[in-house]
Design a binder for this molecule. Structure first.
Ligand SMILES: [Ca+2]
Length: 121
């Protein structure tokens, strides 16, 4: 009985983490200007970039292309969503942080992004 409870808890924790966190979390890249949230075509903040200061219900030509993420906000976390208009799963990046790469099931999928009031994910 006890063992089953522990396994269930671990499984839930693992699935929660894979749904929210990116593989690598670092300081926001210099190319993501202060107060912007940014997405990049390639991992390591390379290739095309799309940036906004507020929310983007769609990301134009960067749709389903993002491979790394930056958040240069001082006090807002950012969420990057699977579909347009903030629908589907999301990856969360804390204020002043970034994701230099994404899990393979999150890569080339992001379609919208928005800031949230809290600083941390
Ligand atoms: Ca998408």
């Amino acid at each position: 009985m006890k063992k089953r409870s522990i396994v269930t808890t671990l499984a839930l924790t693992a699935s929660t983490l894979s749904g929210v966190l990116a593989t690598h979390v670092d300081a926001a890249p210099a190319s993501c200007a202060a107060n912007y949230i940014c997405i990049y075509e390639h991992s390591g903040f390379g290739g095309a970039q799309y940036s906004v200061t507020g929310a983007a219900p769609s990301v134009g030509s960067m749709n389903d292309k993002a491979s790394s993420l930056g958040n240069s906000k001082a006090s807002n976390r950012a969420r990057y969503f699977q579909h347009d208009s903030y629908v589907g799963w999301y990856v969360c990046v804390s204020a002043g942080n970034s994701a230099s790469s994404l899990f393979s099931d999150r890569n080339d999928e992001i379609s919208s992004m928005a800031i949230q009031i809290a600083m941390y994910c």
